[in-house]
Design a protein around this ligand. Structure first.
Ligand code: SF4
Length: 442
């Protein structure tokens, strides 16, 4: 008899692409895919360690499943499953806990498990997680999130991701290019390159660097059928002049800005038609003191230089910024410094995160701790700043015609898409525009 499976994903784009791949893997094993709200024989929750209250959310989802489908098998995987396997196995109703190394062996674990067995933890020490499993989301959207790198060798003091996902490791360039060809054949038009520390692409087993991100970018440009790429998020110290120059398609700008261009850029500008003018660059704090405490690998000067170069070469480029408020030691002075820095920077939008304590991180030893209500106030102030930045950025482009890739799906009679420079557009649904690139007047 065919078994059915339903998924629920918490967290980031990486988790979404992995859930999508797990789903295809089980479908290939004969499982029928169901919606999470439907009855299914197996439920898989792909968890996140960054999500606040991951524990509460997990318990809540398990209770929901048990109420509607008490005989089903419940599998918990993802970052939280790697970090707190025992805690999760202790949640009534949980059958299988799959850590980072076992996630993609889900079919085997389901075959070996019988409902009614005691809950089982399949997990190893994160240092032993060395394998790279490529994943991508398919059929979910017009855009695909393609995982090309996993894990992280950095040691930011607030972050549990290296503990949950292990050391940095990557696909090979030929592997990514082959996946891109496959996706082009499936009709995908846009690929968002995704990783934990994407700029560190090229690291293979035991930390050896055999290839690099810029070489990957140049190879992907040649793949026929894929019209657009985005780089999901890249550390400022790894976003090189070469990459910015390549994305810039900057021959139209270069003659005017020779004084700003290094030989490196001029040498490498290769007229990308496919890499969209859109960068997402984590900043985390606009205070050098806090950046040091966070163990980030750059200071604000380098960040400002990156933004300036992007703006010079691509005045129309969208620049998104991650920032954390309420990190230990962030007094009013450091917060003001961050606000002023962001206010001055020509960026387009912010993703604001409120610092929250995580077990086994160095940040727990730092202080003084910022009261939660102050963290929340600061979050609100920066979200307001983000709103005005986004509004200004959109207004700057009013009247321009830009290319929009519309998504396949109809939502309440409407469809949506994004311009090359990431301005969101919605319009009444037109079938002929679905999954197509359309000239759009903003
Ligand atoms: S770069 Fe820092 S914040 Fe990003 S995943 Fe690595 S350790 Fe975490």
């Amino acid at each position: 008899m065919t078994k059915s499976v339903a998924f629920h994903t918490l967290g980031c784009k990486l988790n979404f692409s992995e859930t999508s791949s797990l789903s295809r893997l089980l479908e290939a094993e004969g499982f029928e895919k169901k919606e999470f709200d439907d009855q299914a024989d197996v439920y898989v929750i792909n968890t996140c360690s960054v999500t606040e209250n991951a524990d509460k959310e997990c318990r809540h989802l398990v209770r929901r499943i048990q109420r509607k489908s008490p005989d089903s098998t419940i599998v918990i995987t993802g970052c939280y499953a790697q970090l707190k396997p025992k805690e999760i196995a202790g949640i009534p109703g949980v059958d299988l806990v799959l850590g980072a190394a076992e996630k993609f062996n889900i079919a085997k674990h389901l075959r070996e498990f019988t409902k009614g067995d005691p809950s089982k933890i399949c997990s190893c020490d994160v240092d032993e997680v060395t394998e790279f499993n490529s994943s991508w989301s398919l059929n979910d959207r017009t855009r695909t999130f393609l995982k090309v790198q996993d894990g992280c060798d950095y040691n930011c003091s607030f972050c549990t991701i290296p503990l949950a996902r292990g050391r940095s490791r990557s696909d090979s360039i030929s592997g990514v290019v082959a996946n891109a060809h496959r996706l082009a054949e499936e009709g995908i038009k846009e690929i968002v390159l995704t990783g934990v520390n994407l700029g560190d692409f090229g690291t293979r087993e035991r930390g050896a660097k055999t290839e690099d991100f810029f070489s990957l970018v140049k190879e992907l440009e040649k793949v026929k059928g894929i019209e657009r790429y985005r780089i999901s998020s890249i550390e400022p110290n790894l976003l090189t002049n070469e990459i910015i120059g390549f994305v810039a398609n900057s021959d139209k700008f270069m003659p005017h800005f020779h004084n700003l261009l290094t030989n490196e850029i001029i040498g490498f500008v290769a007229n990308s038609d496919k890499f969209m003018p859109h960068f997402h660059i984590p900043l985390q704090s606009g205070s050098n003191k806090i950046l040091g405490m966070m163990r980030r690998r750059y200071r604000k000067k380098l960040y400002a230089e990156r933004v300036k170069l992007i703006r010079t070469l691509m005045p129309h480029c969208a620049i998104g910024v991650d920032v954390i408020v309420g990190f230990p030691g962030e007094t009013e002075t450091e917060f003001r410094e961050t606000y002023d820095f962001l206010h001055e920077l020509e960026i387009s939008y912010l993703h604001v995160f409120t610092y929250s304590e995580r077990d086994n991180t160095h940040a727990l030893t730092l202080g003084p701790v910022v009261p939660v209500h102050t963290r929340n106030e600061r979050n609100k102030i920066l979200r307001n700043l983000s709103f005005s930045k986004m509004t200004y950025f959109t207004e700057q482009h009013a009247g321009q015609t830009r290319k929009v890739l519309f998504e396949k799906y109809e939502k309440n009679g409407m469809m949506e898409g994004y311009t090359d420079n990431y301005i969101r557009v919605t319009t009444p649904y037109r079938r002929e525009w679905a999954n197509g690139v359309v000239d759009w007047r903003i």
